[in-house]
Design a protein around this ligand. Structure first.
Ligand SMILES: Cc1ncc(COP(=O)(O)O)c(C=O)c1O
Length: 355
């Protein structure tokens, strides 16, 4: 099987692909509703939450927009230290919200103190930030940020984009006091793209009831009424729900904690390999992603030549994203990727570097 060391879509196990092939059912049937409920309830474990989990027929960006449309009346603070955070800011602006950007250098973690200072006294309704910046391979200290914000502004809602980290790194929604956390199917969950999962707190749901112009498709108040009856307002992505239901059992059989350890061991191996080959990791020590490593292209190799070389061995990595293209490249170690896959990749890269 070709192996993709790219940060999504990632390889999907054959048996998970097969799970999608189960026959369709009427989506308003008792049989499907039972599967829908079970899948949504099991998903709570990924978020370490007792709150509801919505399953939407969209990619993660849909839930970026849903967070803004449902829970923000006017003003939101947008923490930006990477390309995906910047895009989420644009989502807020394009939905007509007064989004205020608080920027950090892309190779610097967002600072809890600076964020708390910005929130203090300003009355931001909400704060949005990315847990794992897929462009920079940097993991923001979400727990510490939430703690600092709670201390100065307990009513500010906190939304976290965990698109490239949920199920690959521990994010304890309830213990950390987060109000919305979401992810996409095609990253750490190792499913095909097209499904997003979003967990939402009770107080965020309450707030949504008073927010105007929530739209229709991503109106979570409407969705919640249907969810309470194990259904959804529009037709769900049934094949992907089958696959998620099946994949959750595989994930729990491995154990979430074991999965996190596997990912972080691969991250460490890739970082050490880079250092040993005169290249460095873009994100600073202590804030490096467990699921994707962004390496500075210190040796000025051609990333496209490297990928052409790797493709002959049925492997591929990712170029840098956006303004980091060619100045960095990225190796993902999420989903089903195992240490032996990483070893094979690094061996092939070594061969390329010697050429
Ligand atoms: C951190 C982050 N946020 C948001 C997105 C957008 O997700 P999607 O492509 O599932 O809409 C991505 C995609 O790579 C991402 O990495």
């Amino acid at each position: 099987m070709p192996r993709m060391f790219v940060p999504g879509p990632v390889d999907v196990a054959d048996e998970v692909l097969q799970a999608q092939a189960a026959p369709m059912l009427p989506h308003r049937s008792k049989e499907f509703e039972a599967i829908y409920r079970r899948t949504s309830e099991k998903s709570q474990e990924l978020f370490y939450t007792n709150y509801r989990v919505f399953l939407t027929a969209s990619s993660g960006t849909g839930l970026q927009e849903a967070a803004i449309r449902n829970f923000v009346d006017k003003r939101v603070l947008s923490i930006v230290n990477g390309a995906f955070a910047d895009r989420w800011y644009e989502v807020a602006v394009s939905n007509g919200k007064d989004a205020v950007k608080l920027s950090f250098e892309w190779d610097t973690p967002a600072s809890p103190d600076r964020i708390a200072d910005a929130v203090k006294g300003d009355g931001f309704e909400a704060l949005m930030l990315v847990h794992n910046e897929t462009s920079t391979g940097l993991q923001n200290p979400v727990k510490e940020i939430a703690e600092a914000v709670r201390a100065v502004s307990p009513d500010t809602l906190i939304f976290v984009d965990a698109v490239s980290s949920l199920a690959g790194a521990k994010i304890e929604m309830d213990a950390w006091g987060l109000d919305m956390v979401f992810t996409s199917s095609q990253k750490c969950l190792a499913l095909p793209p097209g499904l997003a999962l979003g967990a939402v707190s009770d107080r965020a749901m309450k707030k949504a009831e008073s927010v105007q112009n929530r739209g229709w498709y991503f109106d979570l108040v409407r969705m919640e009424k249907h969810r309470n009856k194990d259904s959804s307002p529009a037709t769900p992505a049934m094949s992907l729900i089958y696959a998620l239901n099946f994949q959750l059992d595989r994930i729990f059989a491995e154990g979430l904690e074991n999965r996190f350890v596997r990912h972080s061991a691969m991250a460490k191996r890739v970082q050490e390999w880079a250092e040993a080959h005169d290249q460095s990791t873009y994100a600073p020590e202590g804030y490096r992603s467990q699921t994707v490593t962004t390496i500075k292209n210190d040796r000025r190799i051609s990333v496209s030549d490297l990928n052409n070389f790797l493709k002959q061995r049925e492997m591929r990595i990712a170029n840098g994203y956006g303004r980091l293209k060619d100045n960095t490249f990225r190796i993902a170690h999420m989903g089903e990727t195992q240490m032996e896959d990483i070893e094979e990749l690094l061996e092939a890269m070594e061969e390329f570097l010697k050429k």
